[in-house]
Write a new protein. Sequence first.
Length: 97
Amino acid sequence: MASYVMLLKYTSQGAKAISDTTKRAAAAADMAGKMGVKIREVLWTMGAIDLVLICDAGNDEAMAAVAVKLASAGNVSTQTLRAFSSKEVDAILAKAK
């Protein structure tokens, strides 16, 4: 499975309903699981980004579908980054030689 880091920022709608953020995160994990994506960790952060999700998905399309579904609810905007382990980076570097 591929790893992804998803950065989320609250929209004004999401900020107004901040007291439900942990419930929404649990619902998001359930929704993602049904779409073939495992949310390994949800972190609430300080600064420019409000939440960070660490996810595993079988392919980019599954992860993109989860991002679209999350954003369509109107509580967050998303940015998704493909993440690589050191083993994966070693394989990439070997191909680049």
